[in-house]
Design a protein around this ligand. Structure first.
Ligand SMILES: [Zn+2]
Length: 329
């Protein structure tokens, strides 16, 4: 059933213009001579728009039903993927955006950044089949991979802002069987899988403390121990992005970027981040814009029709970033 449904979804995309056909035949390669026929990108000339805005989308739980800003349905998530794809967006990570690395965006198309906060099992679960672990196709990662089967030029580029030890299974995507049947020993494997498969790992603190409430030592412990947990999965990984829980800054803001912590047994950890992600603020400035501030970037919470509204607004205001395919520093 699942396969048939996805095949139909793929056909629907192919039927809506040249973009799908071009994209599928491209096989994931970047062809700088190819300009998409997506209607909305025809607003721009072939020189692109390097100074336009780039949406950094913020996803939380993707599940059976929607609730507020932070829980959306699977149907909504799939629709967002289809919408972005058909309108000429291709995913990159926060790290790529900051590095002006648009090598994954064909000329004439636009970058979009997906960020996934809180490491819930709804984002990434395993199911055990005949002794093998398979990624649950009903999770966000599973849906992403299914979408990619139909759209091979949709790469594994997204930023996962992780929690290793928060409540209700928000601990590297599920630490107990009561949370979607997830086993504690699968946690590290999931984080490593993300890293090994092209996704960016981002810190989101140890257990989602509201950093505005605590003293400097506690703030540094929350962030440093989050960092330490990621490092224990992927030793030496360069984590350069940090997401503020609930967008709340510590009293000493500088500690969001840099700090150190020494534990009771003498264990030490430090962190030094390039970028702090906020929870809202609209589409981000281009890294070519003189006012771009890589130290703090705004996001767009993806719920309801927000993604479509954001894309419509960018097109209407002619403020959408369109990659010109040129050289980058
Ligand atoms: Zn969060």
């Amino acid at each position: 059933m699942m396969r048939a449904g996805l095949a139909l979804a793929g056909l629907a995309v192919l039927g809506c213009g040249g973009a799908g056909r071009n994209a599928d035949s491209a096989g994931g390669t970047t062809d700088t001579a190819r300009v998409p026929t997506v209607a909305s990108t025809n607003l721009y000339d072939s020189l692109g728009n390097r100074n336009g805005r780039i949406p950094i989308l913020e996803y939380h739980v993707v599940g059976d039903s929607s609730k507020g800003l932070f829980v959306i349905t699977r149907d909504r998530f799939r629709k967002d993927l289809e919408l972005l794809y058909s309108r000429g967006y291709r995913p990159i990570t926060v790290a790529q955006l900051v590095a002006k690395d648009f090598s994954d965006v064909p000329r004439g198309m636009s970058p979009v950044v997906f960020t996934f906060d809180d490491a819930s099992p709804e984002q990434f679960s395993y199911v055990e089949k005949n002794g093998q672990l398979e990624i649950d196709p009903s999770t966000a990662v599973g849906m992403w991979l299914e979408f990619q089967k139909e759209h091979p030029d949709w790469k594994n580029r997204a930023t996962f802002c992780l929690l290793p030890a928060a409540e209700a299974g928000h601990a590297f995507f599920g630490d107990k069987e009561k949370y979607r049947g997830q086993k504690g020993e699968w946690r590290f494997q999931k984080v490593k899988w993300l890293h090994d498969n092209g996704f960016e790992l981002c810190n989101h603190t140890l257990w989602h403390a509201q950093l505005s409430k605590y003293d400097d030592a506690f703030v540094q412990e929350q962030i440093a121990r989050g960092q330490l947990a990621i490092d224990s999965v992927v030793p030496g990984v360069k984590v350069q992005t940090f997401a503020l829980p609930q967008g709340l800054w510590p009293k000493n803001r500088a500690l969001a970027w840099r700090g150190t912590w020494t534990g009771k047994r003498g264990e030490q950890a430090s962190y030094d981040y390039t970028t702090v992600l906020e929870v809202a603020g609209g589409p981000a400035r281009s890294p070519f814009d003189p006012q771009f501030d890589k130290a703090r970037l705004p996001r767009v919470i993806a719920f309801g029709n927000e993604v479509q509204k954001t894309l419509d607004h960018l097109d209407k205001a002619k403020s959408r970033f369109v990659w010109d395919g040129g050289a980058t520093p």
